[in-house]
Design a protein around this ligand. Structure first.
Ligand code: ADP
Ligand code: MG
Length: 360
């Protein structure tokens, strides 16, 4: 992959910059989790201080428009931002003052998700270079991630460089001593990762909804627990009796629902993590948003952080849970990717990385 160091002289270069500002919002549009936004700062600082004029393109799911969030982004990034309402506004904005610009939520235009070449051409118009610094969307075949990279000289931003480097290490490290912790919801995104890691890890410790799915597939009564419609299909090709898969021995149950792993499971998972040389964790162990069901997640966070283990974590909710515990700086690598991290760790080719020449 070519990186922003390969752009050469940045002075007055017009750079189309795929950023990642898909932040969760609270009431009155307060950004609840600044982690992803702050991770964009290094690249923006480098480009702007080199004299480039940078138009940031990104999406957000929690709001229709970036407009009410611009002041918060300015504060988090330490730069003034010129907001651009429409694609047609890019050229006039670049003819004016300013070095950092933000186009409105790129998913406002249907061409984005459709990876529409026409839309990509309109986006790329007038730029000298394209930089992708949004690792978390690299698993998407969207215009601002994929099609646009074919229209301009394309470079990986420092975040994409670091994410791919660290996650590749996690993927290729020897199986002996490697422990995976898998929880959360969205089991259909987790099963391929579990399958891929079976022969690349020593143990895979399970929590969250996937556990309910396995119990349900085994014909056990899981009461009102959250589970997938057809767990048998979802789990096809995965043998729950595989010695490398570890199910919790006990649970926290409330009103007929399994909502966290129990104290015995916590103790056993802590033992596994103590012996690990590398730990990769995605997905809360339980419904951590409710304090009563947050103990499993907090215990995993602590034992991964406190061991000498090389630790990699990722996933929007996992990060939010760890941040709530004030422990985000206790891990060796925190990925900004949820789905993208899982797809990468499942050994899939990510369209956004492919467009940057990552796979050669
Ligand atoms: P991440 O964003 O870290 O990848 P996910 O989005 O897959 O994680 O899953 C996070 C969600 O999983 C949380 O909202 C949490 O409440 C939920 N969850 C975990 N365990 C359970 C459970 N046993 N029952 C219901 N929801 C659960
Ligand atoms: Mg999530």
């Amino acid at each position: 992959m070519r990186t922003i160091r390969d752009i050469g002289n940045l002075k007055d270069k017009k750079v189309l910059f795929r950023a990642d500002f898909d932040v969760p919002l609270g009431s009155d549009n307060a950004i609840l989790e600044p982690f992803r936004t702050i991770k964009q700062k290094e690249a923006i600082d480098a480009l702007v201080s080199g004299g480039a004029r940078v138009v940031m393109v990104a999406h957000i799911k929690a709001a229709d428009s970036f407009k009410p969030l611009v002041a918060q982004f300015e504060a988090l990034l330490g730069h003034q931002i010129v907001f651009i309402e429409d694609i047609a506004g890019i050229a006039p904005a670049l003819a004016g003052e300013g070095s950092l610009f933000l186009l409105d939520n790129v998913r406002r235009w249907p061409g984005e998700k459709a990876d529409d070449p026409e839309f990509a051409r309109a986006l790329a118009q007038g730029f000298d270079a394209y930089v992708n610094n949004a690792f978390a969307v690299c698993h998407r075949d969207h215009a601002s991630v994929s099609a646009v990279a074919g229209l301009l000289p394309a470079y990986a931003g420092p975040l994409v460089e670091r994410e791919t480097g660290e996650l590749a290490k996690a993927l290729t490290a020897p199986a002996a001593g490697k422990v995976i912790v898998m929880g959360g919801a969205k089991a259909e995104t987790k099963v391929p990762v579990i399958k891929n890691f079976l022969d690349k890890a020593e143990r895979i410790l399970l929590g969250g909804v996937i556990v309910n799915d396995i119990l349900k597939a085994q014909g056990k009564d899981i009461g009102q627990s959250v589970a997938d419609e057809d767990p048998q299909r979802l789990l096809a090709g995965l043998d729950p009796a595989d010695k490398r898969l570890v199910m919790p021995q006990d649970y926290v149950i409330d009103q007929g629902r399994i909502l966290d792993i129990g104290p015995q499971a916590i103790a056993s998972y802590q033992e596994h993590l103590k012996r690990a040389t590398m730990a990769i964790w995605n997905g809360p162990m339980g419904m951590f948003e409710d304090e009563r069901f947050a103990a499993g997640t907090a215990a995993i966070a602590r034992s991964v952080a406190e061991s000498d283990t090389l630790s990699v974590i990722g996933g929007g909710d996992t990060i939010a849970a760890v941040d709530r515990l004030g422990m985000l700086d206790k891990f060796d690598f925190v990925s900004t990717g949820g789905g993208a991290m899982l797809a990468f760790l499942a050994g899939q080719e990510l369209p956004g990385l492919k467009a940057l020449g990552y796979y050669g």
